[in-house]
Write a protein of this length. Sequence first.
Length: 199
Amino acid sequence: MCQQTNTESPEFQVLLNDLPENDFNAIFKTLPAFHERLKKDKGDKLGPCFISGTPGSFYGRLFPSQCVHLVHSSYSLHCVSQVPRGVVNNKGNIYIAKSSPPNVFKAYMDQFHTDFSMFLCSRAKEILPGGRMILTFIGRSNDVDSFNLPYYEPCMEEVKAIIEDEGSFNVDRLQMFEFNDPNGDIDNKYQSAQSMANG
Ligand SMILES: C[S@@+](CC[C@H](N)C(=O)[O-])C[C@H]1O[C@@H](n2cnc3c(N)ncnc32)[C@H](O)[C@@H]1O
């Protein structure tokens, strides 16, 4: 866009987040090669781009108030913050299965509701007015059989209802897509990864 409009590129600050247990050093070690590639692909006209790590749970505040323009969360928000309290008798299952009692399903659903609302209200404080979020996570069409501990895979209607209930964000676009399981066919792992990332 800057090239098209003959304007100078802005400076970029990219804040990478994961839980504190994540090996941030492994990521930081890849950054010199990333910067090289960026320079090769885009020339001197882009950036500079400053990349740093922010350890912490996204189910709480991560960044100072009103300092972020764009939040991108990729394949993470289906991870709930804890196994829901009250899940004591799950009929021998360690995840939601067909034989799980209805109260287990409800406990996971409530946990997702609490966590996702907390995510929305934390990000709402951090995003500048007019900012955007792109959230990609695993959901379900309607079959309750596809859950894995400690995940909750919401359906589109639930996600929309929670965003509307919480009230900080408007939904521009809500889209469901299918992807090939990268673990399913190891020969196609790059293709599968690409299809997930493009999702
Ligand atoms: C399936 S990986 C996705 C990694 C990467 N974003 C991607 O798209 O390939 C899920 C990541 O979410 C992180 N995660 C899970 N719960 C989190 C939380 N509450 N706060 C921050 N990161 C979390 C995990 O540690 C893990 O690195």
